[in-house]
Design a protein around this ligand. Structure first.
Ligand SMILES: [Ca+2]
Length: 588
């Protein structure tokens, strides 16, 4: 129902608007952005203009229905599937829970398992392997929506080539690289193109990103109300280092003393109650490289409680800030026609490179991660983690609220969908004809402000979008969906097609799962279903051998390993460490 405005339809529709004299046109720069009131008046208008409509019906209907929404995409960083209340967590996230109760949740939404791959894929609408690192092929959502009159705004972590204001965003505040100290920032902070001097006191990234997101959106809304806006708010929370305001940490201290085994069971049971997972999917067992909570001594438990309390505080603080933004939408009276999406860029981070073990977790001068035991809790009920293509690496919470369109609050969909669908959705809602405007044309070349190199030679042509608009799902209608979804990071690979999923971890043998019956991937059917195994392998290889795919697979480097915080080398950089050395990819 949200049809694109074709240029040829504009003059006639505008004329009809004048003739009818009934339509509530907003300001002149964008005469066909009709108010919501118009939608309720369609019948009257049809009566008044019946004669003219006989000639002009298609284009007028298109115009009347094209009330383009504001679009807000909120991205969390390294947050697992079960870490917010409406997906099973004990962490307090009332604002995200409300977003879900007023909108819809997806139970089978997928990201690209890592920070930069997900950002490249989400913002380009292409698989990461097509977009290339940093988005060297393709355009961004901001470039697409800016071309059809949207204000385009961003705050948070960028982690792609160049600077967001060179990739279609009008305004940007945040840092260009993959991780930052939450209280002190780093040298990569920018306000648009300008270096941003992080205040020495009173600064916390999650608060600051929200401040600027609100500032940008308020300015766009108030100074150019005829233009809808697209806001990309990419928090770095709860990515390492574990750092949070003390008052938030205090609310969680002691709550994790019951340990990861009990909490994982509690989250699993809550997830079943909530309807975000099915009862027939058994909870994946604790891996052997995570000790039983009961085996830890009291000192160790105390430390674990401390660091999980900080992680919880970071998620909580993010939720508080999302609440501030949502309150502004209501205050500005634009809540009804604003699509708000929330998701995470990858599964929980299992690494433990904590190197300030004499300091308590949480402070500005500490550098802690929460370790594989808590990461396994975050990814309840799934197996494996960030970077892996098993469900623990790629399954994300996904909430969409849009009161004008998503009418059944609290609804849940089991449709398998993917971050490539977000761009497809945005261009659909914005009335941007991506294929006509961009496909086959040269991809933009941007300066390597964050240290990334420019593409060599002639920029590659912009490929067709890999995704499909989610609008039918929002409307409660049938959705064509995907024949198959593909996943790869280094030698972690997967393809999901219908009820089946093929996985390989660290280049090891393919595993085959009936994902509809066994989403926690506990019963490998590779030996029992050789025909299906070969079919999915061929599907993956066909995708993988496309000429446009940039092959990034390298020999596997390591498997996640639990590191006792009281024993052994403390960081990968320590001499003689048994821990793997982490490449840039692994660091963020
Ligand atoms: Ca991440």
């Amino acid at each position: 129902m949200f049809c694109a405005l074709s240029p040829s339809s504009l003059p006639l529709s505008f004329l009809l608007t004048l003739l009818c004299g009934e339509l509530d046109i907003e300001q002149s720069l964008f005469p066909l952005k009709l108010s919501l009131m118009v939608l309720n008046r369609t019948k009257t208008v049809v009566n008044l203009c019946a004669g003219v409509l006989l000639i002009a019906a298609p284009s007028l209907f298109a115009a009347e229905q094209a009330v383009r929404p504001n679009i807000i995409v909120i991205l969390a960083d390294d947050m697992g599937f079960s870490d917010i209340g409406c997906y099973g967590s004990e962490i307090l996230t009332p604002n995200l829970d409300r977003l879900a109760s007023e909108g819809m949740r997806f139970t089978q939404f997928y990201n690209a398992s890592k920070c930069e791959p997900t950002r490249a894929s989400l913002l380009s609408g292409l698989y990461w392997e097509e977009a290339q690192r940093g988005i060297r092929r393709g355009i961004t959502i901001a470039e697409a929506l800016h071309s059809v009159g949207y204000s385009t705004l961003a705050a948070g972590k960028w982690h792609l080539d160049g600077n967001p204001v060179d990739r279609g965003f009008d305004h940007w505040f945040g840092f260009l690289n993959g991780a930052s100290n939450y209280f002190l920032g780093n040298k990569f902070f920018r306000l648009d193109h300008e270096n941003f001097e992080v205040p020495t006191k009173g600064f916390y990234t999650t608060d600051a990103f929200t401040d600027y997101a609100i500032r940008f959106a308020e300015s766009a809304h108030k100074t150019t109300p005829e233009k809808p806006f697209f806001l990309y708010l990419a928090y770095n929370a709860p990515h390492a280092p574990l750092q949070a305001p003390p008052e938030d940490i205090a609310r969680y201290r002691g709550k994790y003393a019951k340990g990861w085994d009990q909490l994982r069971q509690e989250r699993y049971e809550k997830q079943i109650q909530l309807g975000v997972i099915k009862q027939e999917w058994a909870l994946s067992p604790r891996p052997e490289n995570i000790p039983a909570w009961s085996s830890l001594d009291s000192t160790h438990r105390e430390l674990e409680d401390q660091r999980m309390a900080v992680y919880a505080a970071m998620v909580d603080r993010m939720d508080q800030n999302i609440g501030r933004l949502l309150a502004k939408l209501r205050e500005w009276q634009i809540e009804e026609n604003t699509l708000v999406i929330f998701l995470s860029d990858n599964g929980a981070d299992p690494y433990d490179r904590s190197n300030t073990r004499k300091k308590a977790p949480g402070t500005a001068d500490s550098n802690w991660e929460y370790g594989i035991g808590w990461a396994n809790l975050s990814d309840t009920p799934f197996r494996l983690y960030k970077r892996n293509q098993h469900e623990g690496g790629i399954a994300t919470p996904f909430i969409a609220r849009w009161p004008a369109v998503i009418k059944k609050g609290g609804s849940i969909t089991d449709q398998p969908a993917h971050i490539v669908d977000i761009m497809a959705t945005c261009v659909k809602l914005a009335g941007c004809d991506y294929a006509a405007a961009f496909e086959g044309k040269a991809s933009p070349v941007v300066a390597g402000e964050s240290g990334a190199a420019k593409p060599n030679g002639t920029p590659a042509p912009v490929p067709p979008l890999a995704g499909t608009s989610l609008l039918p799902i929002f409307q409660g209608e049938a959705w064509a969906g995907h024949d198959a979804l593909f996943f790869q990071f280094r030698d972690h690979r997967a393809v999901r097609a219908g009820n089946w999923k093929l996985d390989s971890h660290e280049g090891k043998a393919w595993e085959l799962y009936r994902i509809d019956q066994d989403r926690t991937e506990l019963h490998d059917l590779a030996g029992k279903e050789p025909k299906k195994l070969e079919e999915l392998k061929a599907l993956y290889q066909k995708w993988w051998s496309q000429p446009d795919i940039v092959r990034t697979a390298t020999p596997h480097d390591e498997s996640p390993g639990y590191v006792d915080p009281f024993k052994g080398p403390q960081t990968a950089a320590d001499k003689g460490s048994k821990l793997p050395k982490h490449s840039t990819d692994d660091d963020d």
